[in-house]
Design a protein. Sequence first.
Length: 164
Amino acid sequence: MPRKFLISLALVSGLVGLSAQAAEDDHEDDHLSTVGDVRLLHGWTRATTADNALVFVEIENTGSTPVTLSGGATQLAESAALVGFTLTDGKPSYPELPGLPVAPGTQMVLAPQGVALRLDGLSRDLTEGDRFDLTLDFAETEAELTVEVEAADATQHGHAGHAH
């Protein structure tokens, strides 16, 4: 093969590799958000036609002082409240919770049948594959993240177990 062709091929391959890495970095940015010592990973919810939804996310405090999650906000819901799962007479319910501290060096996971952020008064249906922005309120700061909409029967984020 001519040397010019091999050099051109190597340059194109390098550019494709850079494009793939940039796409992977962009995809990772959708899954990970940081502000100060708070890391938010894999924000997700289920597809729904109801006027409410539960949002789940992994919250990590990498700092040396506690942070307290108190709620959130998004443009597509009237409110976003911190809630906890309970069974009352065999029926699930999600009563509101006061702020919850995340101790230094620990992780709190908002997950189905546990603690979650309930969005009430949704302005539109949530369809699998959609994404939307959400702000989590901490007593100390606010943190933005992208929430991915999974299948209506999902029990975990599509990338659960994926390291960031």
